[in-house]
Design a protein around this ligand. Structure first.
Ligand code: AMP
Ligand code: MG
Length: 345
């Protein structure tokens, strides 16, 4: 199949909308990462998303609503009449934006989207291209990240092409994603609000709005059976090259977050480490993470080593993604030099 990258002019948006309405999939930009979208009320279209990604059907998808108005979603049968009050409060403050709410499911959502659960994950994205497309389509789009299952999420159109080229026919180009990591996923089901996946909207942001601190679901699992959220799978977001989380690993005396790609043991440390953020700022690091991880992976070196993530708003999200990306690589507690001496990199 030939894969075409469309710009986001009105004619391209119309073409993408028509393709979606005819039951096909389209990769679309959002402010978090690129998503692989299908009309969320069409079970056959939704199945194509799972097939293109190689994603197990037990992993539920996020519905991107065509409006930030939760009353409208209830009226349209996307959400249940029992939507908790806290959801209205959070949506009014954080939407459009990178907060996904897990809520009781309405009668019109097909089980293919929710993997048979009684709940549905929804958000209203901040990216203008996503919003325009949603308005044209006029119903929710189910859209997980536009990568092959378990791999690095794409944050630009070229990365989508690298992941799904030849598998899907249309990619809508909306430039680089401004957040760079996936949305915060917050369950508002009893017994208590629970963060299933950390993202840009922090625990503190949520606590301020609802007056109680959400629990953080930290347990990792090697299988997705009975997992409340597949983003919680132990291995995820992974490059093909082994990824090490170094503790106190310091290379060239540079400050900030440094992302080092080792070529071979003989050549030693790459002289051009990829810098996630020169100032050690976690927002910049999040925006750059997947693009640099992808570049380091493409260089086909022996290992990728990442220095500790300093504190900051995006630190929990970055640590979460990197921990999952490093699964399968032995835990490492020493310096890069020791790792090199042991011949591991
Ligand atoms: P992605 O596939 O990268 O878009 O991630 C989607 C995230 O939303 C995963 O972490 C899913 O587990 C989570 N999710 C979607 N629907 C539900 C649901 N009904 N309950 C809990 N988590 C959900
Ligand atoms: Mg994903």
């Amino acid at each position: 199949m030939k894969t075409v990258i469309l710009s986001s002019d009105p004619a391209s948006l119309r073409r993408a909308a028509d393709h979606l309405l005819s039951g096909e999939v389209v990769a679309i930009p959002t402010e978090t990462v690129y998503g692989l979208a299908a009309v969320g009320l069409n079970p056959d279209a939704v199945k194509k998303v799972f097939a293109a990604k190689g994603r197990p059907s037990t992993d539920p998808l996020i519905l991107h609503l065509s409006s930030p108005d939760l009353h409208q979603a209830i009226h349209a049968g996307i959400l249940s009449e029992n939507t908790p009050q806290e959801a209205f409060k959070l949506a009014s403050v954080f939407w459009p934006g990178p907060l996904t709410l897990v809520l009781p499911r309405g009668p019109r959502v097909p089980p293919e989207v929710t993997s048979g659960l009684d709940t549905v994950a929804v958000r209203y994205p901040a990216h203008p291209v996503a919003q325009q497309l949603l308005a044209l389509v006029g119903c929710p789009l189910a859209a997980p990240s536009a990568n092959r299952f378990g791999r690095i999420s794409p944050t630009d159109a070229q990365a989508v092409l690298q992941e799904l080229g030849g598998i899907i026919s249309l990619i809508l180009d909306g430039g680089d994603c401004s957040t760079g990591v996936e949305s915060t996923v917050l369950s508002l089901l009893p017994p208590e609000p629970t963060i299933l996946r950390p993202g840009k909207i922090t625990t503190e942001d949520i606590t301020r709005m609802i007056g109680r601190a959400p629990r953080r679901q930290t347990q990792l699992s090697a299988s997705n059976k009975s997992m409340p959220s597949p983003g919680m799978l132990e291995s995820h977001y992974a490059p093909a090259t082994p990824l090490y989380l170094a503790q106190g690993c310091l290379s060239h005396g540079q400050s900030g977050l440094i992302f080092i790609h080792y070529r071979t043991p003989r050549e030693g440390i790459s002289t051009n480490p990829f810098v996630l953020s020169p100032e050690g700022d976690t927002e910049t690091a999040a925006k750059n993470l997947y693009r640099l991880l992808r570049q380091a992976d493409t260089a086909k070196g022996k290992a990728i080593v990442i220095e500790p993530i300093p504190d900051g708003n995006l630190a929990p999200a970055l640590r979460d993604r990197l921990q999952r990306a490093s699964v399968g690589t032995a835990r490492w507690n020493g310096t890069c030099w020791e790792l090199q001496r042991r011949g591991e990199i």
